[in-house]
Design a protein around this ligand. Structure first.
Ligand code: ZN
Length: 266
């Protein structure tokens, strides 16, 4: 009955984008609990280890990325309290990418750290990834992809192995689940908002997309572009948000990033 009621909510709720998002979030958080998200994130991490993902051991770089995540955390916590944020740096200078998994694990490739012009760009991308977690996009995506019935059965614990199967499906052959356009735009909004709140120029995320767009095809098989099309729409939307919300933070962080880039293996 619980799921029948939820389906009714989904189908019959009124249709402004905001209300639909809120409904999706309620459904996602009802079907997949915080602890199940944490378990899903753990499973994905185990898969990454099995695939011999090379994590960077350099403490300076780790401390640096952790510091950036910590600057964003307080603002993400306001939107979704109780997330146990963790971060990992993947040693792969050829891959320009970052992703987040359910439960709050943030992964960033050294290729992205090397590609960025300044810290504001990295903070924008990290804020975007925090946004995916804040808005429960993975849970919402699971509901969309697998259907309410399947996810509902998993949520009720009928088959705990489903969590592992879903986790494997999430990362497939090393590629993390791609979100749809609406979720990407929603995360962009969080990215600019959190970067600005942390004192960084909110234009960073847009300028990073602009640069990737100008470069077109990048080396590396899994780039941020493949799951984050750097189209004009998202760049315009970020700029419109900056104007309409009067976001004015200015910090770029050029020198501090250069110092860290020098320590990243290429
Ligand atoms: Zn994204």
């Amino acid at each position: 009955m619980r799921f029948a009621a939820l389906i009714a909510v989904v189908v019959f709720s009124s249709c402004t984008a905001m209300q639909r998002r809120q409904t999706e979030q309620v459904v996602a958080s009802t079907l997949i609990t915080d602890s199940q998200e944490t378990e899903l994130g753990f499973q994905v991490h185990e898969e990454l280890k099995k695939e011999n993902t090379k994590f960077l051991e350099n403490p300076d770089v780790g401390f640096y990325v952790g510091g950036l995540v910590n600057k964003l955390k307080p603002f993400a916590d306001q939107d979704r309290p109780g997330v146990n944020w963790q971060y990992f740096v993947i040693d792969d200078p050829k891959t320009v990418n970052a992703f987040a998994t359910p439960g709050g694990r943030i992964y960033v490739y050294t290729g992205l750290l090397l590609e960025a012009e300044n810290e504001a760009e990295i903070v924008g991308v990290l804020g975007h990834e925090l946004g995916h977690v804040v808005a429960r996009h993975s849970a919402r995506q699971l509901v969309a992809a697998k259907g309410l019935e399947t996810v509902g059965a998993m949520a009720l614990g009928k088959d705990p192995a489903d969590v592992a199967i879903l986790a494997a499906g999430l990362i497939g052959k090393g590629s993390i689940m791609a979100y749809g356009r609406d979720m990407e735009l929603e995360s962009d909004h969080y990215g600019a908002k959190y970067a600005n709140a942390a004192g960084y120029a909110p234009q960073g995320l847009a300028s990073f997309f602009e640069k990737l767009k100008a470069k077109g095809e990048l080396p590396g098989f899994m780039t941020f572009l493949s799951t984050h099309p750097a189209n004009t729409e998202r760049i315009e939307k970020i700029n419109a948000q900056i104007a309409s919300e009067g976001l004015q933070s200015k910090e770029l962080g050029v020198a501090s990033l250069k110092a860290i880039q020098a320590k990243i293996p290429r």
